[in-house]
Write a new protein. Sequence first.
Length: 365
Amino acid sequence: MIGIRDAFSTSYAKARVKFLEAAVLAGLQVESHNHPEDGAEDETLAMDVARDGALDAGRLLIISSACHGIEGYCGSGVQVHALHDEEWLQKARDAGVAVLYVHALNPHGFSYGRRVTHENVDLNRNFIDFNQPLPTNPAYDEVQDLILPAQWPPTPDVQQAIDRYIAERGQRAWQGAVGQGQYQHPTGVFFGGQAPTWSNRTIRQVLRQHGGKVRQLAWIDIHTGLGPNGYGERIFTGPNDAQMLARGRRWWDGGGATPVTSLDDGSSSSPPLTGLLWNSAVQECPQAEFTGIALEYGTVPVLETTGAIRADHWVHNHPDAPSAQRAAIHQQMRAAFYDERDAWMGQIVSQARQAMFQAVDGLSA
């Protein structure tokens, strides 16, 4: 068993090496889907996929990291620890459940310390039908000049306008306006894109290859940035289907100890969103009974998280910003999505491990 801190990394490049080494140690082969661009350290970027289990297994559990790139620090640590965890590996193998570890859905964002892809797209808003008219978000249009003002930090009048908005409509309304997803402002925050990204196309290829014939498909996608520090909220991922939600709650709610929340009924810390990753699973593997959660770990208060995202986009849109300001914002982003204390890492691994065990039990029931 690897030490918990040893499973986590201080860069994408180091995280990738740890993942590849752990997969080999576990006896797994890795398929690497190379990204078209290089990383921040001139390293190769890739979506790496390791499968543990028979190719004809009828039940498959996906564990994925870095849908939002910088959140990969957390997800990669979970995956590396799992690949060193003999009890976990044996649990899945004895149950006949194949496990697919997808390391770095968005390797570019992971490497550069951003949530978005190299196309400046929020990957978890990109899974829509681009042959149809793009969704609109009038609430975002209304506040876009407050989200990304002309200068940073925002002037007092900008902050006062945001405070008035929150006082009048509530923090959740502000969070929804900013984060729901928007498709008309390519340089804005939570931009869902105007075409499928490289990561979108690549994960669909992976799903067709590994999930095209399975009868049951489960997915744990690991995120950070919402909720109380260290707490892993289990957010149901899937269509607004009562039977599917009930199944997810049977698997993961721990008798009420670890509730499964939903974007659709308002129980989640996240507002309703568009273009989510789970769409790829139900579209590419329509024969499979799908059950999924996003495991969302808290770091800092939500307004600090959205503040870091706004700052990151602002500085990306202003390449002439001073180097000291760029460095400070980069560190602000890291702190918003990755708590580097031992206690936090321990909470992350223990809760993920529990959810993984529960998923195998659910698939085996």
